[in-house]
Ligand binder design. Structure first.
Ligand SMILES: [Zn+2]
Ligand SMILES: [Zn+2]
Length: 138
């Protein structure tokens, strides 16, 4: 486990927190806190959802994880904090990265005096698996 990467963040690395970090490392499935909790609960029976939430919040505050509001049911978390956009399946809630950049800019009036530091584009749709499943049931 690459502990050194997190040494400078003033972040106490308990085994549970390390497990959460390890689970997130390179993870592109945009898991929810519940998914992280259930994935790790077998190895860490004392891990609670509160621990997962607290750890995610600490990571978010330090810019190590991005919180996504694309899923209307629950918050999703992304260890990839470089700017990118997302696509969600409205059936199975699969979230996929969209790497394409969109040259979006706001006019003076829409900026409302803000300094704009970024934007996030969300696409909604039905993934191929769900489309196939729907075709089979009708
Ligand atoms: Zn789907
Ligand atoms: Zn992402």
């Amino acid at each position: 486990m690459k502990e050194n990467k997190y040494k400078d963040f003033g972040f106490k690395l308990t085994p549970q927190r390390l497990a959460i970090l390890g689970f997130l490392e390179g993870n592109t499935s945009h898991p929810s806190a519940e998914e992280i909790d259930s994935a790790l609960s077998e190895k860490f029976p004392t891990m609670s959802l509160a621990t997962v939430y607290n750890t995610l919040e600490t990571l978010r505050q330090r810019g190590l994880v991005r919180e996504l509001s694309i899923d209307p049911d629950k918050k999703r978390f992304d260890p990839n904090v470089s700017p990118h956009n997302h696509l969600i399946c409205m059936e199975c809630r699969r979230v996929v990265d969209v790497q394409e950049n969109f040259p979006l800019s706001l006019g003076l009036q829409d900026k409302a005096g803000f300094d704009i530091i970024g934007h996030h584009v969300e696409f909604y749709g039905i993934c191929p698996e769900c489309r196939r499943a729907a075709a089979h049931t009708t």
